[in-house]
Design a protein around this ligand. Structure first.
Ligand code: SF4
Length: 459
């Protein structure tokens, strides 16, 4: 068992018994569940909408190379700069080069999971550059020294009392502040940083090929300030965020907000297609887009796994997942958690180290059912499991157990040997490790043959 796997299991064991954590998560997810159905009403046929959304992403990914080049051509024609990053190190180096060139000491940053994926903040700190999170949830997490807990709601595991206590400890405010007062405190602190920052870094919800633009959607206006106020704006975005046309946003923006936060559309939706043009009064003097691969092309090369790149990061699959709701986002130990994290992390960061995530599922299919771009999440978890077996990543004892199971299952006489109590004892001994995390297996007193005969006698 790898260290990552044993840490995951240890954390999951502790977290799933933490009733306070469960209560906070259920409370916050219940608030989400109460608004999503209302937002869904804006679509007359949600099944068709999901189908269309999947088709848009399918089209974008099937011809990704062409769309990336088209994006670059349009974006650079308005003075933007496109940089290509093959992996995290490459992306970090390119960001550092820009920072050095601009003599940058302070960066304001809006919410971006890709910057978490490349571990941007610790890297910048090591290089003497302060990077300040401006999304309220991310700001809270940064103050607490924690990574985001959820891909849409970074501080979902904290109650308002937890946040008030945190602000009091870190910023010296009263521990009884209301959420509105806490927001004002954060706003005041962040305004100072906006004035100081030489560079703003954002992610991107979509890369728009036909106009060479980046679509950013958010609720606080911090993304808009981050991209427009500092003299330099850097966007870092995974290449899979591509969509072919600006017209696709008419469907994808409301769909993302419906499934992400239960809103018909988010409060601030921006399309940025380059730095400030002559005659314009605001916007950055320079704008860079860093297109990150970081193993996404490996997923693209796999015809079955490819559809996991359709993800629009709405977080809905996390909110319905019985595993996520019990073990929580931090237990995964990865940037992307929940069902989509369990599907893509083994492919982004290594099957050997992360294959255990593909087993952290009841395979109930709730994630697949909810996904607005119809990714077959639970089936992709099975594909990961299959690939780990094909690559010989299973342990000797696991292989033996399955061999014994196969021999027994194919021989009726073997299956019928011994009493139910005897088989229960033997099998539970054999599956010792399984039983550490699951209810014991129990055999009935009668064999299947006996039960079959009984039933036919009755007729
Ligand atoms: S996999 Fe689907 S449900 Fe999960 S975050 Fe991505 S788009 Fe949303």
């Amino acid at each position: 068992m790898t260290e990552t796997e044993s840490t995951f299991k240890a954390k999951a064991t502790i977290k799933s018994a933490d009733l306070e954590h469960r209560q906070k998560i259920n409370f916050n997810i219940a608030k989400y569940n109460s608004v999503v159905p209302q937002a869904k009403q804006q679509f007359s046929d949600i099944t068709l909408v999901k189908e269309k959304a999947k088709n848009i992403k399918w089209r974008a990914l099937e011809t990704l190379d062409q769309h990336l080049e088209e994006f670059e051509m349009h974006f650079t024609s308005r003075g933007g700069k496109v940089l290509w990053a093959s992996d995290s190190e490459d992306a970090l180096e390119q960001i550092l080069n820009i920072c050095k060139e601009k003599n940058c000491k302070t960066i304001v940053k809006s919410k971006s999971m890709v910057t978490e994926e490349i571990h941007l903040n610790p890297f910048l700190a090591k290089n003497g550059i302060e990077s300040v999170e401006t999304d309220l949830g991310e700001y809270i997490q940064q103050l607490d020294g924690e990574p985001p807990y959820h891909i849409v709601t970074p501080a979902m595991h904290k109650s308002k009392e937890d946040v008030a206590k945190l602000f009091s400890e870190k910023l010296g405010t009263s521990s009884r502040l209301s959420p509105e007062e806490l927001t004002l405190v954060a706003r005041e602190k962040l305004r100072e940083k906006y004035v100081q920052a030489e560079i703003g870094i954002t992610g991107g919800n979509f890369i728009i090929s036909d106009i060479g633009g980046i679509a950013i959607t958010e609720n606080e206006g911090n993304g808009r300030l981050t991209s427009a106020w500092p003299k330099t704006h850097i966007v870092i975005v995974g290449i899979e965020k591509m969509i072919p046309s600006i017209t696709d946003l008419a469907l994808l923006w409301p769909l993302l907000s419906t499934y992400g936060t239960g809103q018909k559309v988010t409060v601030y939706s921006s399309i940025i297609s380059g730095p400030r043009q002559s005659g314009e009064t605001d916007g950055p003097e320079e704008m860079y887009v860093i297109l990150l691969d970081n193993n996404r092309t490996n997923i693209l090369a796999n015809p079955v796994q490819r559809e996991s790149l359709y993800c629009i990061r709405c977080g809905a699959c996390l909110n319905v997942c019985p595993v996520y709701k019990n073990i929580g986002g931090h237990t995964y130990g990865t940037t992307y958690s929940g069902p989509i994290g369990s599907v893509i992390t083994p492919n982004l960061s290594g099957l050997e180290e992360y294959k255990h995530l593909s087993y952290a599922s009841s395979l109930c299919g709730a994630c697949t059912e909810v996904c607005p771009v119809k990714i077959n999440l639970h089936e992709l978890l099975l594909v990961n499991r299959n690939e780990s077996v094909e690559q010989g990543l299973t342990t000797f004892s696991e292989k033996m157990v399955w061999k014994i199971w196969k021999v027994a299952s194919l021989k009726r006489q073997l299956m019928n040997m011994g009493t139910g109590a005897f088989k229960t004892k033997m099998v539970n001994r054999l599956f010792k490790n399984w039983n550490k995390h699951h209810a014991p297996l129990e055999f009935s007193d009668k064999t299947f043959n006996e039960m079959w005969k009984d039933q036919h006698k009755l007729k």
